[in-house]
Design a protein around this ligand. Structure first.
Ligand code: BG6
Length: 505
């Protein structure tokens, strides 16, 4: 009899969070308020947190535990997604919230934190397990890791210690390596959880289920049947008070280098033998390494930068990017980026992956469109048939549609495109967990499958770095698209050169 595969143990898929404390650095910041606390509280509503649970917030502002709890309650009430605030659950949950103030570069913060964690471990029975979550300025990651290390907090006395960090992981390959070296002085690779919240989205995880849980699509999933792939992440919002950060980042760094290349790798990777962190991440990394870095002379034809200008939207004047708070009036930042990626392996040789992302687009939508090749020989004299199109809708209307040709009723053989639709909401009729809920549970249970790894980070930088360097040395005639439109004309021309057009999502 074959030996049982431990990674196919159904118990493993029923996440049980062990007793632990979560320490959030940057507890006064936007991410804590909008995502982390609402997610932890929602896990409490669903009774997915253990009895022995605590959360310790730290930031520079001096605050009592009570004031911190009141502040967190206000945030949770404001940002809880798709569920009702339950005062009784909050009462219980809030008893496990604590606060320690201090400066990340001051050793006193870590000794105070240590004393507080020791007390909390006794009071809340957390077993000495601690998940540190850095939601600070990226420039403070190394300092915080060193502070934790020096205070002896990176190694638990019997309990586990893990460190979650948010993107950006460096701003290019070499700074990503420097960050890794600094983190590794105090934490091992197994302790590091680099979060990319797109990997935690249900619909992104479902790409794996769709591809590897259904045998009918996989035989078609290659260059023989697929003509090209379009990945779109459009946002209708502008930079929403993050002008200063965004000015330095830009769309290619902010969305494509991380989130969308992870989505691309999910669509294009080979199946792993088991659903286990190392195996899955090895396949993703392999795919990311197969993306062809563009040569300087090819960049103009394969990558397009855009920046939005002012426009009247819905009767309201919205500023152009250069008119946003905190943004330089001559900023050369890309608020839109479109890239043709080519994957150099047997499965995908010659299949373009068009990836685009932009702010101030006509609507918020993220999807993947897989265009199949046309029929090799058409039996029907019709110009209305269209090649098969598979659309994986990531957000906001999560689902999958398959477009195919059908006979139009009536005399003659006229074909018309129709579609088969799967919609998450109506099929499952239940609330979908947010990406942060999923990823927090994973980190607390010690499953890094949906977290990115250093080699993946470096491979992604390798794929975009030539473009970033080229753009840095180019003066663009920005703005080149109006707020509320689908981006610059040059992005349409990029596809036209290969005989393709962007789908309107
Ligand atoms: C973040 C980017 O990582 O992702 C933001 O920094 C962007 O600029 C956000 O708005 C998009 O995430 P989501 O989940 O709303 O698609």
């Amino acid at each position: 009899m074959a030996e049982a595969n431990p990674f196919q143990d159904p118990q493993r898929f029923e996440r049980r969070v062990p007793p632990c404390a979560v320490v959030i650095f940057g507890a006064n910041g936007d991410l804590t308020k909008r995502k982390l606390l609402p997610s932890l509280y929602h896990l409490a509503i669903e009774r997915r947190l253990p009895q022995g649970f605590a959360m310790v917030g730290t930031s520079r502002t001096a605050m009592s535990d009570e004031a911190f709890r009141a502040k967190m309650e206000a945030s949770v009430r404001e940002f809880l997604e798709n569920s009702e605030f339950d005062a009784a659950v909050w009462q219980e949950f809030a008893k496990g919230l604590f606060y320690v103030s201090g400066d990340v570069s001051d050793d006193a913060l870590y000794s105070n934190l240590k004393a507080r964690l020791d007390a909390v471990a006794l009071e809340r029975q957390t077993g000495g397990n601690v998940l540190f979550y850095l939601s600070t300025q990226p420039s403070q990651y190394a300092t915080a890791a060193a502070g934790l290390g020096r205070a002896g907090l990176a190694n638990g006395n019997g309990g586990w210690r893990r460190l979650v960090i948010e993107k950006p992981f460096g701003h290019d390959q070499s700074s990503a390596r420097d960050l890794e070296v600094a983190l590794h002085e105090h934490f091992t690779e197994e302790q590091l959880y680099r979060i990319d919240h797109y990997l935690g989205k249900e619909t992104v995880q479902n790409i794996l289920a769709f591809r590897f849980g259904n045998p009918i699509f996989e035989p078609l999933w290659n260059r023989q049947y697929i003509d090209h792939v379009q990945i779109t992440a459009a946002e209708s919002i502008g930079v929403e008070g993050r002008g200063a950060y965004y000015q330095e980042a830009g769309a290619l760094r902010d969305m494509i280098q991380n989130h969308l290349l992870q989505v691309l790798s999910t669509v294009a990777m080979e199946p792993s033998a088991v659903f286990e962190p190392t195996a899955v991440r090895d396949e993703r990394a392999k795919l990311l390494r197969s993306i062809r870095p563009l040569k300087p002379e090819d960049i103009a034809a394969h990558a397009v930068a855009g920046q939005y200008g002012p426009a009247a939207l819905g009767g309201k004047e919205v500023p152009g990017f250069r008119g946003e708070a905190g943004v330089n009036a001559a900023a050369m930042t890309d608020t839109y980026a479109a890239v043709t990626f080519l994957v150099d392996n047997w499965r995908w040789a010659g299949v373009p992956f068009y990836v685009r992302s932009g702010k101030r687009m006509p609507k918020r939508v993220t999807d993947i469109a897989i265009r199949f090749r046309p029929v090799p020989h058409s039996l029907f004299a019709t110009d209305t048939a269209r090649p098969n199109l598979l659309i994986l809708r990531i957000q906001p209307e999560e689902g999958i549609s398959l477009r195919f040709s059908s006979k139009q009723p009536g005399p003659g053989m006229k074909l018309r495109p129709v579609s088969m639709d799967f919609n998450y909401g109506s099929s499952f009729g239940m609330r979908t967990p947010t990406a942060y809920e999923t990823l927090l549970v994973d980190a607390m249970t010690g499953d890094a499958t949906l977290y990115t790894r250093q080699d993946m980070v470096e491979a992604s930088w390798r794929a975009v770095e030539p473009i970033l360097n080229h753009w840095n040395n180019t003066t663009y005639n920005f703005p080149n698209y109006d707020a509320g439109t689908w981006g610059p004309k040059a992005a349409d021309e990029m596809l036209e050169r290969r005989g393709h057009v962007w789908r309107v999502p």
